[in-house]
Ligand binder design. Structure first.
Ligand SMILES: [Zn+2]
Length: 295
């Protein structure tokens, strides 16, 4: 277990218990979230070491929502994924100002996004720690997928865009990675980071049942303020913020399920819609946020 004594963002020793959350998804173990009094950063205290975290990822569900899996939630997920693949491509092309370029997708999983970008004409490299997922995506999309240690071998200033779609919160060493991203991006390149927002309406409503805490797989729980500190410390500046429209629905339905609601789908859709409308006016409080970072 990794015990944190001072804030990873601002080094303050004023850190204290914020919430206790259960791993509803897999192990059912309880983990503590700590919050820094200095900068407000929230993180999972006593989280698993990088080489001891495999057992928290063992469900196949986590690696990939299979196209043939049953269940309403899975069907919703697949439909949302299809729409999101197009939306993500548009975001990349608009942020990079290119219709074709070089892309590094960190934590590419089963490769659906990386594959879609390759089909759109981009030169794509994927990085994925899970061997099974690496083999799947190489086979299915004929992609160039590397393992994490191979990132050091990639040439400097070689990518127009680096993407992390809900990946930063899983990384044991986010600062080390961010340093590599600065090295790998071309001077005009853009780093796109999508993460859950722990200051969102849904996070504050569901508290310890908020599905996007997802302990102990999520180690760091960012909000717009702490992502700015993270970016500055890493040599980036946040240029823009965008929203991910479906996350609030998916997260609300899962959170309703975690807290034992009788009709999680209906209730989650209702609450999700309410928060979605509110976040149109208060974008800082939307369930997930996409940050565009430049050197
Ligand atoms: Zn701090």
């Amino acid at each position: 277990m990794v015990h944190i004594n001072d804030c990873p963002l601002c080094s303050s020793v004023n850190i204290s218990l914020y919430l206790k959350c259960k791993d509803h998804f897999l192990s059912k173990e309880v983990f503590e979230l700590f919050r820094c009094q200095g900068c407000g950063f929230v993180f999972t205290q006593d989280h698993p070491e990088e080489n001891g975290s495999d057992r928290y990822y063992e469900s196949d569900d986590y690696i990939s929502h299979d196209d043939k899996s049953p269940g309403v939630l899975n069907k919703i997920y697949l439909l949302a994924r299809k729409i999101m693949l197009t939306r993500k491509r548009e975001i990349v092309e608009s942020a990079a100002g290119l219709k074709r370029g070089s892309l590094l997708d960190i934590g590419c999983g089963t490769g659906y996004f990386a594959g879609a970008m390759k089909n759109a004409g981009w030169l794509v490299t994927g990085l994925e720690p899970n061997k099974k997922a690496r083999e799947f995506s190489s086979r299915k999309f004929d992609l160039n997928i590397i393992s994490p240690e191979q990132i050091l071998k990639l040439s400097s200033d070689s990518f127009d865009c680096i993407t992390l779609w809900h990946v930063l919160e899983h990384l044991n060493n986010p600062f080390q990675y961010a340093g590599e991203f600065v090295r790998l991006l071309k001077p005009e390149g853009v780093c796109i980071i999508a993460v859950p927002n722990c200051s969102s309406f849904d996070a504050q409503y569901y508290r310890e049942y908020w599905a996007a805490y997802d302990v102990p797989r999520h180690l760091w729980h960012f909000n717009p303020h702490t992502i700015r500190i993270f970016s500055q410390r890493s040599g980036f500046k946040v240029e823009r913020q965008l929203n991910l429209p479906f996350d609030v629905f998916y997260i609300s339905i899962l959170s309703e399920r975690y807290r034992g609601s009788i009709a999680p789908l209906l209730k989650g859709m209702f609450i999700g819609k309410l928060f979605w409308i509110l976040s149109v006016f208060r974008n800082q409080r939307s369930s997930s946020i996409i940050y565009l970072l430049r050197k």
